[in-house]
Design a protein around this ligand. Structure first.
Ligand SMILES: *Cc1c(COP(=O)(O)O)cnc(C)c1O
Length: 375
């Protein structure tokens, strides 16, 4: 059924099935290889994927875990963050960034997003550091990579660890440096909708530090590196063989898929620039985003979203309620904080369809639909 307003195709926000159709034969073969193997947990598929992922991220080590949230949590624990510590986090991010801090017993201390650029100002981050601060968790939100150098300088002055949240930044770069190198540890998610997604949950930690890598290996496996000897209180958070095998197939296409995302972003930029009350995503000079999401901002967000829905264009708000306003954080110090930047972003952001399989026709329909919008 089509509504009277509808002219044109229905454009899904993201078409995951197209990914799997493109690689069907290889994915089928990988899945069957695991099904008929006798190493089902922490076997050759995970090991192979870890090597490939470390190389892509420009890090010495990669350790596969069960999800992006677990990657953050285990990385924080592995660099020594624990009960009573404070960890500086962005106010505008997916809630998992904050949850990981709570899961190691620490307290998330939000630093607001710049209301205009959304950037995390290193001076504001430094101002949030107290004697109890032990780590900073910058987030490469929407796939726009942050330059870690100024944050590493802050961390160096105060003896802090930097653990970056790269769940949206597979393949993004600052200059020639890929996201995944530079911080003490980097946390990745392979949730299906990410630029590199499993067929289910998955995650990884990358690091150059063999001690951090070893600690994550132990923590993901009951705090154990020798069977039935438990050196610390760990988790069961392993990337499974099936997901690792499928991720290995998809990883070979990440670069090309990111290039296709870049060309979609370039078309959107060219066609939507200069429309009234519509801010396009800003790319910092010298950076190459992964274009996980293409996020516009407008004071007429809800009306624009309703118009696009009526036009058959799928959109998503990333994210409608900032972490400090979530019931999960009610009663905490962060809930009482004044974070106007995060509030404004959550009220104004809208993610347009984006992905490597968005056809030219669908892109045209998205662009026409946005151009037609009158608040
Ligand atoms: C997806 C995501 C996570 C969490 O990853 P999961 O694999 O879903 O647990 C963390 N941080 C950000 C910024 C994300 O987008």
């Amino acid at each position: 059924m089509t509504s009277l307003l509808r002219t044109g195709p229905t454009v899904p926000f993201l078409d995951l099935r197209a990914q799997h159709t493109e690689l069907r034969a290889d994915l089928d073969a990988a899945a069957l290889r695991v099904l008929h193997s006798d190493r089902l947990v922490l076997g050759p598929e995970v090991e192979g994927f870890e090597h490939a992922w470390a190389a892509t991220a420009g890090a010495r080590h990669a350790v596969g875990v069960a999800s992006g949230l677990d990657a953050l949590t285990l990385a924080l624990r592995a660099v020594g963050v624990g009960p009573g510590d404070e960890v500086v986090v962005p106010a505008h991010t997916f809630v998992a960034t904050w949850l990981s801090v709570v899961h190691v017993g620490a307290v998330p201390v939000p630093v607001d997003a710049d209301p205009v650029s959304g950037a995390w100002d290193p001076a504001a981050v430094e101002a949030a550091v107290t004697p109890r601060t032990t780590a900073l968790v910058p987030v490469h939100l929407y796939g726009h990579p942050l330059d870690l150098d100024p944050l590493l300088a802050v961390a160096g002055r105060h003896g802090l660890a930097v653990v970056d949240d790269a769940a949206q930044a597979h393949g993004a770069r600052v200059g020639r440096r890929p996201v995944g190198s530079g911080a003490r540890a980097t946390a990745w998610s392979f949730y299906p909708g990410k630029n590199l997604g499993a067929v289910g949950d998955g995650g990884a930690v990358t690091t150059d530090d063999p001690q951090v890598a070893g600690r994550v290996r132990s923590l993901r496996n009951y705090g154990s590196t020798t069977k039935y000897r438990h050196d610390e209180v760990g988790w069961n958070s392993r990337l499974d063989e099936l997901q690792a095998a499928l991720l290995t197939v998809k990883l070979r296409h990440l670069e090309e898929w990111n290039a296709r995302r870049r060309s979609v972003a370039a078309r959107y930029d060219a066609a939507l620039g200069g429309l009234p009350d519509l801010l396009l995503p800003a790319t910092a000079p010298g950076t190459e985003p992964s274009w996980h999401l293409y996020v516009v901002r407008t004071p007429h967000r809800d009306a624009l979203q309703a118009h696009l829905t009526a036009c058959g264009v799928g959109t998503v708000v990333h994210y409608p309620v900032p972490p400090h306003r979530q019931p999960a954080f009610a009663g905490t110090a962060a809930a009482a904080a004044d974070l106007p930047g995060a509030d404004r972003w959550s009220a104004q952001v809208l993610s347009l369809p984006m992905g490597p399989h968005l056809t030219a026709d669908h892109q045209d329909h998205v662009l026409r639909s946005v151009q037609e919008f009158r608040p």
